[in-house]
Design a protein around this ligand. Structure first.
Ligand SMILES: Nc1ncnc2c1ncn2[C@@H]1O[C@H](COP(=O)(O)OP(=O)(O)OP(=O)(O)O)[C@@H](O)[C@H]1O
Ligand SMILES: [Mg+2]
Length: 385
């Protein structure tokens, strides 16, 4: 499924992957040998007992794939299976999928389709209104012309759109800094306790007017670092400036806009337009809801329920909802996931405009094209560059 969280069925990693083989009635030895082989194939290097709630976004994505790989199914249907993975992990996952799919039927839904093209026989392009606009072999697809919005190989990088200053300019903004910050994340459940050193003596600064990008492999601590900057994750040691950890929620919302890696985690209303207006109402700012929706390509969904949107639409709505009140600090967890060329340009444009008008802007990303002025590379919770 597009959202890997929707595929988690068990509290522990091993049991989660074993669910399919067990339901096929396979024996214990066969089941567990398939579990171990599948986890290895997708590169998820954790113990069978590891708690599934204590995984990062990209780790959950690989867990979901391991569950399917272990089934060795006749038909494999994958919805953006590598959207939250770095290039190396994505290549590994692709190899795992392709070895399982050999001689079988594989259908992949994908925006960034270039790495898949050498391995597929046929390309089907869907257009607005869910109509098939092209159904061809790869050579026919590559012969062009490029269908609108598609990440067609060889096109120049899309230009971020111009977003009106009035929609993004914050009243004020401040520098954020972490000094020697360590975070031990601890999750307790009936099945045990999971501890990870998610950040290890991290020192970094994010300045007003700049886009700071946090990059690094899945599980390296990017989401945790964003959470600490925004006062959402308490550091185990070290200094955070400004320290927002004890701010009242309304005061925090006024200054920080945060888009979680799982966009629907932030939804609090049942109508798209209400979702965009909610924070502004609570912190006493005016917002032009229709202008915001228009820039992000969501105007036609104004009356829809946020939970009924597609994955890419939900991510853009989460961005609108977090940023419509023009906070001085903008924290975005993988904002470009699930976007076509056109919607990518809108998201990138919003990020650029926020920084250009003075916001302190930090994003985590695996997308090489995502905007940035400064790049901070994390590995195993440490800043390596
Ligand atoms: N709730 C939790 N309890 C315990 N450990 C956790 C929890 N959430 C994440 N972790 C672990 O902390 C580490 C850092 O996780 P984080 O989510 O910050 O990584 P990330 O760089 O954002 O990864 P991704 O690219 O996959 O989103 C990982 O090893 C992860 O398994
Ligand atoms: Mg993350």
């Amino acid at each position: 499924m597009q959202n890997p969280e929707d595929a988690v069925v068990a509290a522990q990693v091993g049991r989660d992957v074993a669910f399919g083989p067990e339901n096929l009635g396979l024996g214990r030895d066969e089941t567990w040998s398939r579990v171990d082989a599948a986890l290895d194939a997708v590169g998820l290097d954790v113990a069978r007992e590891h708690l599934t709630v204590a995984l990062s976004g990209g780790e959950k994505q690989r867990l979901a794939l391991a569950g399917q790989v272990a089934l060795r199914p006749d038909v494999l249907l994958l919805d953006e299976p590598t959207s939250m993975l770095d290039a190396a992990s994505a290549a590994r996952v692709r190899d795992a999928v392709l070895s399982v799919a050999a001689g079988r039927t594989l259908v992949v839904v994908e925006h960034r389709l270039e790495p898949w093209l050498p391995h597929v026989d046929r390309v089907v392009v869907l257009g607005p209104g869910a109509v098939v606009v092209q159904d061809t072999d790869v050579a026919g697809f590559l012969a062009g012309p490029a269908p609108g919005g598609v990440w067609f190989p060889g096109l120049p990088d899309p230009e971020p759109v111009d977003v009106p200053e009035a929609l993004v300019r914050p009243e004020s903004s401040v520098e954020h800094a972490l000094a020697e910050v360590s975070v031990v994340l601890r999750t307790r459940s009936l099945r045990g306790t999971q501890e990870s050193r998610a950040l290890d003596a991290v020192t970094l600064a994010a300045r007003p007017g700049e886009v700071t990008a946090l990059v690094g492999p899945s599980g390296s601590g990017k989401s945790t670092a964003l959470g600490v900057l925004g006062g959402l994750v308490r550091p185990t040691s070290g200094t955070v400036t400004p320290d927002l950890g004890r701010a009242r929620s309304r005061d925090l919302a006024r200054v920080v806009g945060w888009v979680p890696q799982n966009p629907e985690h932030g939804f609090v209303t049942t109508r798209v337009a209400d979702e965009v207006a909610r924070t502004s109402e609570r912190v006493g700012r005016t917002v032009d809801v229709d202008a915001v929706l228009d820039v992000l390509g969501l105007a036609h969904l104004r009356e829809a329920n946020p939970y009924r949107l597609s994955g890419g639409e939900q991510r853009r709505l989460a961005l609108a909802a977090a940023l419509a009140h023009r906070p001085g600090t903008v924290l975005l967890d993988e904002p470009t996931v699930g976007q076509d060329r056109a919607t990518w340009a809108a998201v990138a444009g919003w990020v650029r405009a926020a920084a250009a008008t003075g916001a302190t802007t930090v994003l985590s990303t695996h997308d090489d094209l995502a905007p940035r002025d400064v790049e901070v590379r994390l590995e195993r919770g440490r800043v390596v560059a």
